[in-house]
Write a protein that binds this ligand. Structure first.
Ligand SMILES: Cc1cc2nc3c(=O)[nH]c(=O)nc-3n(C[C@H](O)[C@H](O)[C@H](O)COP(=O)(O)OP(=O)(O)OC[C@H]3O[C@@H](n4cnc5c(N)ncnc54)[C@H](O)[C@@H]3O)c2cc1C
Length: 313
């Protein structure tokens, strides 16, 4: 192989497309292989009946600086729409708002969590920041490439699942100003939360209507994912009723999306193992893995790791 041989990129999601873009810049012709008949991976927008909905990712946090920079670099920065930054927490039959652009301050002040939990959250934040250093991939398996220990680690990874119910309503739910609402286990164990797309940005729903994307936790998704759309719709709307009583009566559109592999299912010690894998196995590999795990380099490396052999060599 020489430097001009193509580099194969597996997957046409944001990571694969970003990797292909960087490879092309480096003069290495990329060939992108995609499983689906469309690009975008877990980012997919669908327009129907006047609703402009997201089946997967819905918000690009401004903290994802490399992604925002990349959007500007490739000339689509002007298409980024500023979105509402209020996050709601459903609790005690009310939605409590926190501002995502002042999250630490608002989280420290909120009465939603005890002082003890706040200390635990701060510790978790520090641990997560430490553990995320050096992580920068979503693993895929290529038999025979990694040694037995690494292969067994990769094969042992589980992925979370999610079912999304885009829900168009003829009236915006009263009193909800947040764009993203978390639903804690105490309110409903199956729901992760929902977005109010109509609060996020204009033009997401017909005049006067509202649009919500309702997401399940992985355990409930595992039970629901094989069910038909009507069953999923009824059960998810039933759960949403606990947060927005009467919502079912206002629904005029629903669309079900099933995601089978979202992120690696976390367990104690996982991030340490991931860090070890990246440092010892992936760093010098001709197979470079990219993905969702590194907040500072979300989509793909800006350049190939310095100690890695250049792709194609
Ligand atoms: C419901 C939901 C909501 C989300 N909300 C947000 C959000 O609000 N903000 C945010 O930042 N992120 C969000 N995410 C996460 C975000 O979508 C992912 O971080 C992002 O899409 C990851 O990009 P990726 O390219 O690594 O993987 P993917 O987007 O999964 O793309 C991988 C691609 O590779 C293809 N592929 C897989 N295996 C093969 C194979 N063997 N051969 C060929 N092709 C293959 C897949 O078909 C897919 O097209 C959400 C995800 C989901 C599911």
């Amino acid at each position: 192989m020489n430097d001009r041989d193509p580099v194969f990129v597996i997957g046409a999601g944001p990571s694969g497309l970003a990797a292909a873009y960087r490879l092309k810049q480096a003069g290495l012709p990329p060939i992108v292989l995609a499983k689906r008949d469309r690009t975008g991976g877990m980012i997919h927008t669908h327009r129907e009946q006047g609703y402009l909905m997201e089946e997967g990712a819905t918000i690009l946090p401004s903290a994802y600086e490399p992604v925002v920079e990349l959007a500007h670099e490739i000339g689509v920065g002007a298409d980024l729409i500023p979105a509402g930054s209020v996050i709601g927490f459903a609790r005690d039959k009310a939605i409590h708002n926190l501002r995502s652009n002042h999250l630490f301050l608002d989280a420290a002040r909120t009465k939603l969590v005890s002082g003890r939990s706040k200390v635990a959250m701060a510790r978790f934040g520090i641990d997560a920041a430490r553990a995320s250093k050096g992580l920068n991939y979503v693993p895929d398996l290529i038999s025979g490439h990694f040694d037995a220990e690494a292969t067994s680690f990769l094969r042992g990874l589980r992925y979370t699942k999610c079912v999304v119910l885009n829900t168009g309503v003829t009236r915006k739910p009263v009193g909800i100003t947040a764009s993203v609402i978390n639903v804690p286990r105490q309110v409903d164990a199956g729901l992760m939360g929902f977005t109010c797309e109509h609060n996020k940005a204009p033009g997401r729903a017909p005049e006067g209507h509202g649009l919500m994307a309702v997401l399940t936790m992985t355990e409930w998704a595992e039970q629901l994912i094989g069910e038909d759309d009507d069953t999923i719709r009824d059960r998810m709307l039933g759960a949403l009723e606990k947060v927005i009583p009467g919502v079912s009566d206002t629904v005029d559109y629903t669309r079900v999306t099933r995601w089978n592999e979202v992120v690696i299912y976390s367990r104690p010690g996982l991030y340490k193992q991931l860090g070890h894998f990246v440092a010892h196995e992936a760093a010098n590999s001709r197979i470079q893995l990219a993905g969702v795990f590194a907040p500072r380099r979300t989509c793909a490396p800006r350049r190939w790791p310095e100690n890695a052999r250049p792709p194609g060599s």
